[in-house]
Design a protein. Structure first.
Length: 434
């Protein structure tokens, strides 16, 4: 996940949480929706011949979904695009499709540049105190020499214009520590994302050496998202553990003159080839038309990428597996797309629409699945109000898992975006926070 305006999402990386064991039961109906679209959005007909009921029963039953998720997260682990773990994830996904009897392939696309953190550290000190501070680099931070970079550490307040006016020329060449609120809800998440671009714009205009954000997650959890300039960034960009950042701010506000030594070992490089994984079940009546069911395969590397986005990769794989096992043939061809490069800028889905530009007019629907394990409460219909009634009809077989509310709003922070910009109808599930 990158950014979206109103979209609940499970936050942060980590091991497979216990609530994911129940999550697939709650989430199976989302996959049913896009399957129903592929068979013509005629749930009554699909129920008459038993397709929908058999598929729902299979998805809610005993499947390898959880073992797939554990393999992807605990064995493959965190899998940033460009990493060895990501290459293993691509091979793993191909093997899972093939084991299910689903034809699958790698589809290449170009990543604009390599960025991977090898290690990160910081030490804060003055004449009275010295302490290490856990940090993580924000993509696409620059690295440092092996001995690190030492600079004055300044109190950047909340990063508002008044804060940089207060700092004046002292900001030039310094590392500025920006205070954040503790994250409590989804609104806070998107406020954090949206605020960052303005903060960084002011900081760069002031000539800082870099920006250090106080971590907004409790208990020392570090969480990264892209620096606002993306691959064009030329500054040090970090997030610091909330506890140590708070200590540093208290010292600064008590009159201490602190410095910080930052050591970042970053593996960066030019553009390179990465791969999406696309499985396919051919349609019967209109095989030349396509429905895309998508989830992004990559993650950041601070955890195992269970919620963002391993659980959804496992769901998409299991849907393909159960359809193949039951012999369910859709009217239209279904492409089960596991995109790469999502976290670093939706590059895999962009690559897909470029590769398949000649057939985009025959894409009936594209769905992106990039949320956590909370109960689905409905769907974003991407600025197409006419889809709401169709979704309501399709949801009839699983009405007991509701209630559902459809939201006619576009989502701009996951792989549906590139399809939406090409005029292709798209659905994104809306979850209760996990």
């Amino acid at each position: 996940m990158i950014v979206s305006p109103t979209w609940p999402v499970a936050l942060g990386p980590g091991p497979v949480p216990p609530n994911l064991i129940e999550g697939p039961v709650n989430l199976a109906k989302w996959l049913l929706v896009v399957v129903a679209v592929s068979v013509g959005i005629q749930p009554a007909v699909a129920r008459e011949d038993g397709r929908v009921d058999r598929l729902v029963a299979a998805l809610l039953g005993d499947t390898p979904l959880i073992s797939d998720l554990r393999e992807l997260t605990d064995i493959v682990g965190g899998r940033p695009t460009g990493s060895e773990a990501n290459r293993r994830a691509v091979a793993w996904a191909l093997a899972r499709f093939e084991a299910a009897g689903v034809t699958a392939r790698r589809e290449p696309f170009t990543m604009p540049g390599l960025w991977l953190e090898r290690s990160a550290g910081a030490v804060i000190s003055d004449k009275d105190v010295t302490f290490p501070a856990p940090v993580a680099a924000m993509p696409f931070s620059t690295g440092t020499p092996p001995a690190g970079v030492t600079a004055h550490l300044l109190d950047g307040g909340r990063g508002e214009a008044a804060d940089f006016t207060r700092l004046g020329e002292r900001a030039r060449g310094a590392l500025v520590l920006v205070e954040t609120s503790e994250l409590l809800d989804i609104e806070g998440l998107f406020a954090e994302y949206g605020h960052a671009a303005a903060v960084e714009g002011r900081a760069f205009a002031a000539g800082v050496k870099g920006v250090i954000y106080m971590g907004s997650r409790p208990r020392g959890t570090l969480y990264r998202h892209n620096a606002s300039l993306g691959e064009a960034n030329e500054a040090l960009m970090l997030v610091m553990s909330r506890m140590e950042a708070g200590r540093a701010l208290r010292l600064l506000r008590a009159g201490h003159e602190l410095q910080v030594t930052v050591t970042l070992d970053i593996n960066s490089g030019p553009s390179y080839e990465a791969f999406n994984v696309v499985g396919e079940i051919p349609g019967t009546a209109s095989p030349e038309e396509f429905v895309v069911i998508g989830a992004h395969l990559d993650s950041w590397g601070l955890g195992t990428g269970a919620l963002d986005n391993g659980c959804n990769v496992a769901l998409v794989l299991d849907l393909a597996r159960q359809m193949k096992r039951l012999g369910i043939r859709p009217r239209r061809t279904i492409r089960f797309a596991l995109f790469n490069g999502e976290e670093q800028g939706l590059h895999g889905s962009w690559g897909y629409v470029q590769t398949h530009a000649h057939e985009l007019d025959r894409h009936v629907m594209a769905s992106s699945y990039d949320i956590g394990s909370g109960r689905i409460t409905g769907f974003f219909t991407g600025g197409r109000p006419e889809l709401a009634a169709a979704v309501e009809r399709v949801l009839e077989p699983v009405r007991g898992l509701g209630p559902f509310t459809q939201i006619d709003a576009p989502i701009v922070g996951t792989d549906n975006y590139d399809f939406m910009m090409e005029g292709i109808g798209n659905l994104v599930g809306n979850h209760e926070p996990a």
